[in-house]
Design a protein around this ligand. Sequence first.
Ligand SMILES: NC(=O)C1=CN([C@@H]2O[C@H](COP(=O)(O)OP(=O)(O)OC[C@H]3O[C@@H](n4cnc5c(N)ncnc54)[C@H](OP(=O)(O)O)[C@@H]3O)[C@@H](O)[C@H]2O)C=CC1
Ligand SMILES: O=C(O)CCC(=O)C(=O)O
Length: 408
Amino acid sequence: MAASQFDRTADFLGLDNAVRERCKWPKRLITVTVPIQRDSGETEVFFGYRVQHHLSRGPVKGGLRFHPDVNLGEVAALAMWMNWKCALMDLPYGGGKGGVSCDPRQMSEHEMESVTRRFATEILPFIGPETDVMAPDMGTNAQTMAWITDVYSTHKGYLAPDIVTGKPVELQGSQGRDMATGHGVAFLITRAFSKLKIKEKDASAIIQGFGNVGYHAARTLSRYGVSIRGISDVTGAVWNEAGIDVDKLKEYADKTGGVIGFPDAAPIDPDDLLIQPCDALVPAALERVINDKNAQQLQCRVLAEGANGPTTPNADAIIEQRDDIFLIPDILCNAGGVTVSYFEWVQNLQRYQWTEEEVITKLETKLETAFEKVIWFSEQNKTPHRVSALALGISEVAATKSIRGLFP
Ligand SMILES: NC(=O)C1=CN([C@@H]2O[C@H](COP(=O)(O)OP(=O)(O)OC[C@H]3O[C@@H](n4cnc5c(N)ncnc54)[C@H](OP(=O)(O)O)[C@@H]3O)[C@@H](O)[C@H]2O)C=CC1
Ligand SMILES: O=C(O)CCC(=O)C(=O)O
């Protein structure tokens, strides 16, 4: 998907073949084994990956995912998308992504810590504040980043908070990073609503995924007055036409392990959830969930891609034929996370802390600028929003590579 989106956009941009090839292929693909002792006493070997797509504009930046489906190809695609996202947001980074193929739902806290520390140790030679700065993604969180900070700092002999972002605030993480991605998704939905003349208080939303991105998107949207009708996670989906109390659902899901069984909403088939009428549909979990089977049936006005790669190219073709869906493409929609990660890195390099208000104001300014750039590009070139966002990102990277030159 990532490569075909790249090829389509490079064709549109008419990229010179030499720079096109340099932009397309990742610089480094690192595979490591991650042996740990399970709580049962048995040894288990997991596989871990880190892909550093390019370092032409600065260190690579991108999350670390713990999920059973993680493999090198997926990580490479996610790293490629990080390139264009960072460039679109005007951040001085290349794209990176990492992952360990493991199932956090089947692991104790102690086993999670063992996997994290061993993975960090194995990739230690390849990371650093000037080369590769990781952050949380699916299945990882601020605690994971704290363990990586500890491994790296112990190795260096001094505290190096700038080695990762998305750390706990107590360990020099940034105010606002935890909510940044979801907040950004909700903020951009309001920008789209304003173009479509939809008022928040009359609007409804459906969210797939109730983790970091899904929860904070739902919470922020409901604070803006949007009614959250449906939410799903890996345990199932719940629906309430009159609106779900997001804080109550969060309390329930934390206690029981998932949204299913929430007493103030009815269960609904998770696939059917995606095709219910709503003003904003937010896929905030897995890849390829909007595909050629359901794209024609979507009944949303705004498709806000909180997840990376939730829409297949075939579904894109269908959505482009429909003029009733306003797409906020992933590399724009979920860019709030990496943007506040950048703010965190800047604060860490300066050993300085900004307030939450400063962070959120700066975040919204950056998101608004990128949003308006994408809309302007689409109007000028009659291109779908995804192509516009990718074209803006890819052309920045191509320009940097061209100007740096190639020897000999
Ligand atoms: N965290 C961040 O800052 C950023 C994340 N993203 C992207 O957002 C997406 C979500 O990441 P994040 O929120 O961090 O991950 P989390 O691990 O915090 O949450 C993932 C959520 O998806 C749910 N989920 C898993 N499988 C399914 C399924 N089959 N159907 C419905 N829900 C499911 C999980 O359910 P359960 O809890 O029950 O397992 C969980 O609620 C990913 O694509 C990620 O790459 C993008 C930019 C930044
Ligand atoms: O915060 C970051 O550095 C990376 C976030 C991320 O992984 C993403 O945007 O997909």
